[in-house]
Ligand binder design. Structure first.
Ligand code: HEM
Length: 155
């Protein structure tokens, strides 16, 4: 089948698609050699309560709706003394997240959720590890990021 015959991916439209994305993402995370045990063993995550929290979290990020309240920074800081939360772990987390989005969805919301995930991974990583946020070193900005951050400043 040629690429043009492949089914067109739809965008994330609302809570139903977020649920599909989050479920698929954590299925991959659970199987990952670098990250799986952090969720399953170190944090011994209760999936029945974590998954709905993550649906609500991403719904708020994407659509400004949903019931999420929480402090992701504090939650991840609790993991620091227990396991490595360094660049390799955050790079892998992001790679799996972006890969899951790309496999399932396409469109403006899919782009937005990937950009948000990348920004938040940078914030959490740098705050946790006490290093400068690499996004704010002008040497590291891509032209796309330069434009996007400028639009935040105008907002
Ligand atoms: C090395 C990468 C990461 C690891 C190993 C990790 C691991 C975890 C674990 C174990 C929990 C706690 C679950 C529980 O106890 O119920 C958690 C919660 C959470 N994570 Fe991550 N995480 C990572 C990166 C990220 C990133 C980049 C984001 C945001 C884009 C994120 C967003 C969240 C949120 C929103 C929660 C829920 C916090 C709450 O309970 O209010 N995580 N994460």
């Amino acid at each position: 089948m040629s690429a043009s015959n492949l089914p067109q991916l739809e965008d994330l439209q609302g809570p139903a698609e977020i649920e599909i994305l989050v479920n698929a993402f954590y299925e991959r995370v659970k199987d990952d050699e670098l990250l799986g045990f952090i969720f399953e063993k170190v944090a011994a995550v209760d999936w029945a309560s974590h998954l709905p929290r993550m649906y609500a979290f991403w719904e708020k990020v994407l659509f400004r709706t949903g019931s999420y309240t929480g402090n992701p920074l504090a939650v991840h800081a609790r993991l620091l003394p227990l396991t490595s939360m360094g660049r390799p772990q955050f790079d892998r987390w992001l790679e799996i997240f972006q890969g899951t989005v790309n496999d399932l969805f396409a469109g403006p919301n899919a782009e937005h959720i990937k950009n948000s995930a990348s920004d938040m991974a940078n914030v959490i990583y740098s705050r946790l590890n006490g290093v400068a946020d690499p996004r704010f070193d002008p040497a590291n900005l891509t032209p796309e990021q330069r434009l996007r951050y400028a639009s935040y400043r105008e907002a």
